[in-house]
Design a protein around this ligand. Structure first.
Ligand code: NAP
Length: 247
C-alpha cells in the first residue's frame, strides 16, 4: 500500500475508470473526475466495492472554475497531488447521426475547436493549475492520454497500420498533446516529476467501439504503469505497454 493521491479525469467510465481501479487496488487513493455527479458516485462506489480507496469530484475539464475547485480540493484535503492522469477526451468527429468520418478538407471549425478545447487547451490549463500541488509531491507523475493517432511519423508512413485512419481534429489534438508532454517534461527535467504520453491501445470502450481489439482490463495498463513509474523511469516519452512509439 502507498499514500499516493491520484486524480483521473473522465474516471466515471471507460479507460479512466479502469485506470482508477488498477491504481486503487495498488493502494493509491484515487479521485475520479466526472461530469455527471451521479455517474461519478456510482463509479466510485463500484471502485470501493472492489477494494479501492476512491472518491469523486464533479469535474468538467473545459470549465476553468472546475480547475480551481480541483486545486482547492487537493490542496485542502491532501496538501499535494502525486499523480495526474489527463484521461478525459472527445472522440474523433463524425457527421451527426451518420457516423461518417469528417475529412480534413471538410472539417467544420466548430468540430476542430471543440475537440481541441477538450483534448488540448483544457488539459494544458488544468495541468498548469495543478502543477504547484504536483511539485509538492516527492515523485509527481503526469500521464497524458494520447493516441497512436497522434503520431505524425506513423500517419505519414504508407506501411503503418494507421495510414488510412485519418481524423484531423482528434489526431491533431493528440499530436498537440504530445508536444505539451515533450515541452513540460523538458521544463521539469531537473525535478522528480515525470511527464509522459500514453497510447492505451485500441480498447473496447464507448470511444473505441465494439470492434476494438483490446479488452478494458488491458486498456488501462499503459496509464497505470506510467502513473507508477519508479524514480529511474522515463520522462518526456510516448509509450504503449512499455514500448516507445514514434512521435
Ligand atoms: P470514453 O469511453 O469515450 O470515455 C471518455 C471519458 O471522458 C468519459 O468519462 C467522459 O465523461 C469524459 N469526458 C469527455 N469530455 C469531458 C469533459 N469535457 N470533462 C470531463 N470529462 C469528459 O473514452 P475512452 O476510450 O475511455 O478513452 C480514454 C482516453 O484514452 C481518451 O483520452 C482517449 O482519447 C484515449 N484513447 C482511447 C482509445 C480507445 O481505443 N478507446 C485509443 C487511443 C486513445 P462523460 O461520461 O461525462 O461523457
Amino acid at each position: 500500500m502507498s499514500d499516493k493521491i491520484a486524480f483521473i479525469t473522465g474516471g466515471n467510465r471507460g479507460i479512466g475508470f479502469q485506470t482508477a481501479l488498477e491504481l486503487g487496488v495498488a493502494g493509491v487513493h484515487v479521485v475520479i473526475g466526472s461530469r455527471d455527479p451521479y455517474q461519478g458516485e456510482a463509479a466510485a462506489a463500484t471502485l470501493r466495492d472492489q477494494g479501492a480507496d476512491a472518491a469523486v469530484l464533479r469535474f468538467d475539464v473545459t470549465n476553468p472554475a472546475d480547475h480551481k475547485a480541483a486545486y482547492h480540493y487537493f490542496d485542502s484535503n491532501h496538501g499535494r497531488l502525486d499523480i495526474l492522469i489527463n484521461n478525459a477526451a472527445l472522440a474523433k468527429g463524425s457527421y451527426p447521426g451518420t457516423g461518417t468520418e469528417i475529412s480534413a478538407s471538410q472539417v467544420p471549425q466548430d468540430v476542430l475547436r471543440a475537440i481541441f478545447e477538450t483534448n488540448f487547451f483544457s488539459v494544458v490549463a488544468l495541468t498548469n493549475t495543478l502543477l504547484p500541488l504536483i511539485r509538492l509531491s516527492p515523485a509527481g507523475r503526469i500521464v497524458n492520454l494520447s493516441s497512436i493517432l497522434g503520431s505524425l511519423t506513423l500517419h505519414s508512413d504508407p506501411a503503418s497500420p494507421i495510414y488510412d485512419s485519418k481524423h484531423l481534429a482528434y489526431d491533431a489534438s493528440k499530436t498537440a498533446l504530445n508536444a505539451y508532454t515533450i515541452h513540460l517534461a523538458w521544463e521539469l527535467r531537473h525535478t522528480s516529476i515525470k511527464v509522459n504520453s500514453a497510447h492505451p491501445g485500441w480498447v473496447k470502450t464507448e470511444m473505441g467501439g465494439p470492434d476494438a481489439i483490446m479488452e478494458l482490463a488491458e486498456g488501462a495498463k499503459t496509464s497505470a504503469a506510467l502513473a507508477l513509474l519508479p524514480a529511474d523511469g522515463p520522462t518526456g516519452g510516448y509509450f504503449h505497454l512499455g514500448q516507445p512509439l514514434p512521435w
